[in-house]
Design a protein around this ligand. Structure first.
Ligand code: SF4
Length: 155
């Protein structure tokens, strides 16, 4: 007998040994079968779970932002950055270099409301100082004009 009396070839209920009819058959929504079929171009796993009475997967745990360094460490980190900046001639990164760095920071999981949780510095300040580098090891960006060695250093 044609569908809806017979299950589809890719019936997820049969694969799990469950009884028929499925919800697609009883509601005569053949489209559910397409959406549940992993080989169909419109496949959506939620429909397969629905037809197979599978529980929804646990939601991803909420992202917990990494903790900022303590205030003393933040002050020390900024003092070191500022001292290095002055000692190396207070060079400012070009707009392009700054934007490239900001783009990397913007996509970084340590970026928190304009600050870097790895060092506590204001990202907008640190990315504008030419000689600065991302504090991670390996760093995600380095001093302007420096070439990454691949081992977390720049030459
Ligand atoms: S400086 Fe490095 S660690 Fe900090 S936010 Fe930017 S990319 Fe992330």
């Amino acid at each position: 007998m044609p569908w809806p009396d017979e299950p589809c070839a890719a019936c997820p209920r049969l694969a799990r040994g469950l009884s028929l009819p499925c919800r697609a058959q009883t509601s005569r929504h053949r489209r559910f079968c397409d959406l549940a079929d992993p080989d169909h171009p419109d496949h959506q796993p939620a429909y397969r779970r629905m037809l197979a009475d599978e529980p929804e997967p646990d939601p991803a745990p909420p992202l917990v932002p990494p903790p900022m360094p303590g205030i003393v460490r933040q002050v020390m980190n900024f003092a070191v950055a500022a001292t290095t900046h002055v000692a190396t001639g207070a060079k400012i990164a070009s707009e392009k270099e700054r934007q490239d760095r900001l783009e990397i920071c913007g996509a970084c999981d340590r970026h928190q409301a304009g600050r870097c949780a790895a060092c506590g510095c204001l990202v907008v300040v640190k990315t504008s100082w030419a000689e600065q580098r991302c504090p991670l090891d390996p760093p995600k960006w380095g001093p302007v004009g420096a070439t990454p060695t691949g081992q977390g250093a720049f030459v």
